[in-house]
Unconditional design. Structure first.
Length: 395
């Protein structure tokens, strides 16, 4: 029997370039000065922060994941994740603006023709247009084989009928990449879907519901209806029937963004807790001098740093074209999501009763952390991906 071994990183340890450090620090300052003061209100009002979208566009932060030829900064995956991390340190909703813009654009980047890329990417890079990613349906979450939305050829058009659920930015985006059934009788189940870009001003497109959520409350999560929405065949990304592999390729590059959001949330909570521990006095001394509080802070720091280093390594491996990209993306999200949940829960603990009220940001961070264990594949699905990759090596 062949031994089942773990694959070692092949592209070496991560050392940030001078450019990456400059960009990270610039985003950090912007987030400290202009996003942090807005975060509590964005959560309380549960309203889309259009001002933050403009801020990110005006400072070319939304341009990071786009090639220079499309008006972008040509940032690699690690650079994108550094930016998402710094924004999410204060506001997970704001970090998601960048993460979803990157997510929605990946199908165009990996499967679009040069003409399609020239048509759609410059507007996304400038931040004038937003894009959403429409895979999930009411009966198709972890299992995309349950997708029922149909796209039927009619001359030079597809006519799309169906609905999508839980689509981030679905109510504010100009474009949605819709994964719809074009080949219901395909022999292989993975050849049933196609990825089609739908402009949301087309007749028959409607936002039918916005979710009321535990966290990332400023990020609109929309239910979308498609009633006979007509789009040209030229809006299809990649081959007909290749939607599923395009979605999976997309997740290999987008899950690190969610891991970055998780690392940012954890780091933000750690910083608040550490500061509080030096200020809050009980039993005649700062609680930071109590060993049990110190242990909590040390564990929080260790978990956050471990998740961060794994994420950075995953980014380098994926960017270098690792054949193990799906596993790297999955373990980064798995470890970072769990770290964010644990660290934010402990941050509330360090603040005691004050952690549980909204005078301090850690209760919001704890609510925000939870989504990183759910979207872009739940933690159970990440484990399945990792186990599959591991066991495939033994066979
Ligand atoms: C706020 C928010 C934003 C979102 N944004 C988007 C978006 O922009 N675009 C988009 O397409 N989707 C989006 N989603 C959808 C999200 O990706 C799904 O909710 C997620 O993939 C899980 O699907 P589900 O909710 O249907 O849960 P289900 O698939 O019903 O899972 C329920 C439970 O069963 C477990 N489970 C399911 N299958 C297995 C299995 N094989 N083995 C072990 N356990 C399993 C799950 O882990 C989970 O614990 C968003 C969701 C939320 C809440």
């Amino acid at each position: 029997m062949a031994p089942v071994t773990t694959q070692l990183p092949v592209h070496g340890s991560v050392r940030l370039s001078e450019e990456q450090i400059l960009l990270r620090d610039a985003v950090r300052v912007l987030a400290d000065e202009q996003i942090a003061p807005r975060a509590a209100e964005i959560d309380r009002a549960a309203e889309w922060p259009e001002d933050v979208r403009r801020l990110l566009a005006d400072h070319d932060i939304l341009a990071i994941p786009f090639a220079e030829q499309h008006g972008g900064l040509g940032g690699d995956l690690l650079t994108l994740c550094l930016a998402i991390e710094q924004i999410s340190r204060h506001c997970a909703t704001s970090g998601l603006i960048l993460a979803v813009q990157a997510l929605g654009a990946i199908p165009i980047q990996v499967a679009g023709t040069p003409e399609q890329q020239d048509r759609w990417l410059p507007g996304l890079a400038s931040g004038d247009k937003l894009i959403a990613f429409g895979l999930t349906e009411a009966d198709a979450g972890s299992d995309p084989s349950g997708i029922r939305t149909r796209a039927v050829r009619d001359g030079g058009d597809y006519v799309i009928d169906g609905s999508k659920r839980f689509i981030s930015h679905g109510s504010v985006a100009e474009y949605v990449v819709v994964f719809a059934v074009t080949n219901p009788d395909a022999e292989k189940p993975s050849r049933r879907l196609s990825a089609i870009l739908v402009e949301t001003d087309r007749p028959g497109f409607r936002v039918t519901r916005l979710e009321h959520k535990m966290g990332i409350r400023g990020s609109p999560t929309a239910e979308l209806a498609f009633d006979g929405v007509r789009v040209p065949v030229g809006n299809r990304l990649g081959e007909e029937g290749h939607g599923f592999p395009i979605a999976m390729q997309t997740f290999e590059r987008s899950r690190p963004g969610i891991a970055a959001q998780a690392v940012g949330i954890a780091q933000g909570a750690l910083e608040v807790a550490a500061r509080y521990a030096t200020e809050r006095r009980q039993f005649g001394k700062p609680i930071g001098e109590l060993q049990m509080v110190q242990a909590m802070l040390a564990d929080m720091d260790a978990s956050t740093e471990a998740a961060r280093q794994l994420l950075y390594t995953a980014c380098v491996e994926i960017e270098a074209g690792s054949p193990d990209a799906a596993r790297w993306a999955a373990i980064a999200k798995l470890v970072a999501g769990d770290a964010a949940m644990r660290v934010t829960t402990d941050a509330v603990q360090v603040l005691g009763g004050y952690g549980y009220i909204d005078d301090y940001p850690v209760e919001r961070m704890m609510r925000d952390a939870k989504i990183t264990q759910l979207y872009e594949g739940t933690q159970q699905i990440q484990r399945l991906i990792v186990a599959r990759a591991l066991l495939a090596r033994g066979s």
